[in-house]
Design a protein around this ligand. Structure first.
Ligand SMILES: [Zn+2]
Length: 342
């Protein structure tokens, strides 16, 4: 039986009803893995590329949101910013029609074509940049989670929250485990919002760190990296052929660079992840074994990561800890150079 799958691709363009035959439908699903910045960049790229490919054609943006609920059952901070700020304030002039969970509006003015080349997102004005505090190691979760339940929610309720069918969020495998975004050992809650559904393979690979956002980013990164693992049911393939003329993912194409890194062992895989998930430069990778960084790495690892089911040495956990360590080392270097100048 073909598996029932949710289409998660964010680059879908297709013709819909006859009266809209000449307009371009841009659909984006804000998955739970996406924070404000990732989501805004992706929607922006989709709009920009549609304008480039089909200049002048009316663009209809349709956004759906999965997960991203706050304590009161409303949209959390990131999704609310997308729906009530980014789309209506910034993107609307470049669109003809917009549909989000909170509104469905048509632009009374002609859609503009002069879309900026780059989307620059400024950090919040109050100076509270949304990053893991690499000095205090204070655990970071997505929202304030007041639920103090002592047992995990069921797979069904997690799937319901995520708006999914209960398969692995990365590879669509149907056997899943409940994975804490912020591990219990680091104070993570059993609130439904602190869970992902992952197959045993991806659960074992996922980072066990004090930063829930890093966990979600890792899922987002692995979703692309392991796309070849997803099998599409026949009905999904038919649907894709019928509606989508391009941007159909080629699942037979394995990520060769990643496969090679995996064959090279732990260190090669670590380098691959630092480069591709955390954006380390060649120069930064070259300093990976420097004493100062290794010392800092060990400090971070002891304070802000944990072991999961006896799997202590994980690439994803180590990569996160190295990345936090690098930020600490860089801060220290900056302070030192400022002292020298004075
Ligand atoms: Zn999986």
């Amino acid at each position: 039986m073909p598996k029932k799958k949710k289409k998660n691709n964010n680059k879908i363009s297709m013709n819909v009803t006859p009266e809209r035959r000449k307009s371009i439908l841009l659909y984006h699903d804000m998955r739970v893995e996406e924070d404000f910045e990732l989501c805004a960049q992706r929607i922006f790229e989709v709009v920009k590329s549609a304008a480039k490919k089909y200049p002048g054609k009316p663009r209809f943006l349709w956004l759906s949101v999965q997960g991203h609920l706050n304590d009161l059952g409303g949209f959390d901070h990131d999704s609310f910013e997308i729906i009530s700020n980014f789309i209506p304030e910034y993107l609307f002039p470049y669109l003809t029609e917009v549909k989000t969970p909170l509104m469905h509006v048509r632009n009374p003015h002609p859609q503009r074509e002069d879309i900026p080349g780059l989307l620059i997102i400024n950090p919040p004005e109050d100076g509270s940049e949304d990053k893991f505090d690499h000095h205090s190691f204070a655990r970071r979760q997505r929202e304030y989670l007041s639920d103090s339940r002592s047992s995990k929610p069921s797979v069904r309720s997690i799937a319901g929250y995520l708006g999914r069918d209960g398969s692995c969020q990365i590879c669509w495998e149907s056997t899943v485990e409940r994975a804490h975004a912020l591990p219990e050992a680091l104070g993570g809650s059993n609130d439904v919002r602190n869970f992902a559904l992952l197959c045993p393979y991806h659960h074992q690979m996922a980072p066990d760190v004090a930063d829930a956002e890093a966990f979600w980013k890792w899922i987002d990164y692995s979703y692309d990296r392991d796309s070849h693992m997803r099998e599409m049911g026949e009905n999904v393939q038919q649907l894709l052929r019928k509606y989508i003329h391009e941007a159909v993912p080629n699942n037979s194409n394995r990520n060769n660079d990643y496969e090679k890194a995996k064959e090279g062992g732990f260190d090669q895989e670590l380098i691959f992840e630092l480069k591709n998930l955390y954006g380390w430069t060649q120069e930064e990778l070259g300093g990976l074994l420097e004493r100062r960084l290794v010392q800092e790495f060990n400090r971070v690892r002891r304070a802000a990561t944990t072991n999961h089911r006896g799997v202590g040495r994980k690439v994803s956990t180590y990569a996160w800890a190295y990345n936090v360590a690098l930020r600490r080392v860089k801060d220290e270097e900056k302070i030192r150079s400022e002292r020298i100048i004075k």
